[in-house]
Design a protein around this ligand. Structure first.
Ligand SMILES: *[C@@H]1O[C@H](CO)[C@@H](O)[C@H](O)[C@H]1NC(C)=O
Ligand SMILES: *[C@@H]1O[C@H](CO)[C@@H](O)[C@H](O)[C@H]1NC(C)=O
Ligand SMILES: *[C@@H]1O[C@H](CO)[C@@H](O)[C@H](O)[C@H]1NC(C)=O
Ligand SMILES: *[C@@H]1O[C@H](CO)[C@@H](O)[C@H](O)[C@H]1NC(C)=O
Length: 334
């Protein structure tokens, strides 16, 4: 039996979810005990499988029952807009966007929201949706800088790593972006519910856990190196074809990723005039899809094709030679 919670998220659903009224409630499943969530004692159940479809039949701290299709997403941006404040991009590496559970085909339960007083202003989806394509900055996150939650937990190394690899898209400050990623996405996994952390749960423990999990998935996805090994390096002098990206990334990952583009549509550019190819032309995002064995924190993913539940594999132009993979701006990459 297919798990209906594992369908692909749509832009509309993402936006609706982000506008959902924020309410401080404890977890996805109200009334859950904070005892007895020792996941090592149960065999890991594959998310999105029939065994994971009934939250009342499993320990939701040990099996992803809500957002079981996990997307590890990466950005390729050429600048940050905050270089003067030291927010720069890592040399020869794509950056972490987030580790998103997907999704919610049903309206989110009372939570989708916030926990532990992290409730803040709703903010829009950070992926390159229309607001970014038109170059309009997204409204700023008004909550606390989530980076400050990591220091009291002793996760200074994680915070330092995030400052290098988890870089916001142009116009966002990293700390605000991390807050957005946590409150929008971590809260849709059943395994980050604070009940899962037991009676001595420490404030923001699940935030650190989420960031650490995202880092773990990201580190296993060397997009830059996979491309480089097949001769694809950023260039402002040449253009690329979709297959130049799809082939090495599919081979490296073991399943077909989603390839995201922004920038102008091909047939609105000089090169594409008269074409019916209305795909976007600037490579800027890759989404790797997984099902996971047990809780996502175990870091055991099963790579799955990005269209496993239907949908497109790219929004990029498909005409050969239509794509730009731009070099970073001088001074934006360190
Ligand atoms: C927790 O596990 C113990 C030992 O199996 C059991 O006695 C107790 O009833 C359980 N409590 C809850 C709330 O599950
Ligand atoms: C681009 O292509 C789309 C889809 O084929 C078409 O609807 C649109 O009119 C085209 N735009 C231009 C400017 O040619
Ligand atoms: C995914 O895309 C591939 C290539 O276009 C296609 O052969 C396959 O049928 C698609 N799968 C689904 C579930 O849509
Ligand atoms: C390459 O082009 C992009 C997009 O126009 C620009 O942001 C970047 O600064 C350029 N990089 C170099 C090194 O010229």
């Amino acid at each position: 039996m297919p798990n209906t919670r594992c369908r692909r998220i749509t832009a509309g659903a993402a936006i609706a979810a982000s506008l959902f009224v924020h309410k401080a409630v404890a977890g996805l499943y109200p009334g859950m005990s904070n005892l007895n969530h020792t996941c090592s004692l149960v065999d890991p159940i594959l998310s999105c499988s029939s065994g994971a479809s009934d939250p009342s039949a499993v320990d939701t701290c040990c099996t992803e029952t809500f957002g079981g299709l996990v997307l590890a997403t990466q950005f390729w941006n050429t600048y940050t807009g905050f270089e003067s404040e030291g927010q720069v991009l890592p040399k020869d590496a794509w950056t972490l966007h987030g580790t998103l559970p997907s999704p919610r085909t049903v309206s989110p339960p009372t939570k989708e929201k916030t926990k532990n007083g992290l409730s803040t202003t709703p903010s829009p989806h950070p992926t390159p949706r229309p607001a970014r394509r038109t170059g309009r900055p997204s409204p700023a996150w008004r909550g606390p800088d989530f980076g400050t939650f990591l220091a009291p937990l002793g996760k200074l190394d994680l915070l330092a790593w995030m400052g290098v690899h988890w870089v916001a898209q142009p116009g966002w400050r990293n700390g605000d972006f991390w807050g957005h990623e946590f409150s929008k996405h971590a809260t849709c996994y059943s395994t980050f519910d604070i009940e899962c952390y037991g009676p001595q749960y420490r404030e923001h423990e699940e935030v650190a856990d989420f960031f650490e999990t995202a880092a773990a998935f990201h580190r296993r996805l060397p997009t830059w190196a996979w491309l480089e090994a097949s001769g694809v390096r950023p260039s402002n002098a040449s253009t690329f074809s979709l297959a130049d990206f799809a082939r090495p990334l599919t081979q490296g990952f073991g399943a077909v990723p989603y390839i995201g583009c922004a920038g102008p549509k091909y047939n609105t550019t000089d090169a594409g005039k008269g074409s019916s190819d209305a795909g976007y032309t600037v490579i800027n995002e890759i989404w790797y899809y997984y099902h996971v064995y047990g809780r996502v924190q175990r870091q055991q993913g099963l790579a799955v094709d990005a269209n496993i539940t239907g949908g497109r594999l790219t929004n990029c132009a498909q005409t050969p030679g239509a794509l730009h993979y731009y070099e970073r701006t001088a001074g934006s990459e360190v």
